[in-house]
Design a protein around this ligand. Sequence first.
Ligand code: SF4
Length: 221
Amino acid sequence: MIDFNELITNYVKREIKEKTPGRYYPSEAGNCIRKVYYSYKQPKEVGMELLKIFEAGNILHEFIVNVLESEKNPDIELIEKESPFQLKVDDMIISGRVDDIVILKINNKIYLVEVKSTKSLQYTREPSEMHLTQLQIYMHAKEIHRGIIIYLEKNTLQSKTFEVKYDEEHYNKIVLRLKDLDKHIKENKLPIPEARIKSKMTWMCRNCQYREECFNDTPKL
Ligand code: SF4
């Protein structure tokens, strides 16, 4: 009998990737600054469970693209489904991975759309800070100032949609945050255990790959 779990594991497995200081990704801007710091200093393999969750998200994203491209939805035009960018800010490069962003034309207006899959929509009342942060960077880089975040429930294909406007002040704060991260990385200075300190971020500690290092470095707050 074949072990299908093993086949999937082989398929989604990835090599550890060393990251380059000075080059950052939108998804890092809203994450715990210490966790991102560790990911540059001590890169680790992403856990298999998480990789499979990412893969399921990619599959759903493909589904959304099919929905948006379909002739059955004539009021919407999919303009771009792969939209990479590089933003130079002083001596940093912010570069975008494109896996969950598409550009749409709705009623002759162009929107940047970020698609996120979620286990449950039950408590989704507003977009998460992390997703807003990513979208603000994309909107700035692509000079498209209308955005939409779609949360898609995996088991039911129900969704919730939020419209987001570009906010220059928010974007500037994100850049300051990335500059702070950059400084810590280049000066080998361990940042604060941010997610342990800020109540809105504590959920990030639950599945953090660097819990052990973090608690060893700072046993008590
Ligand atoms: S355990 Fe929490 S505070 Fe520490 S690095 Fe991970 S996410 Fe950040």
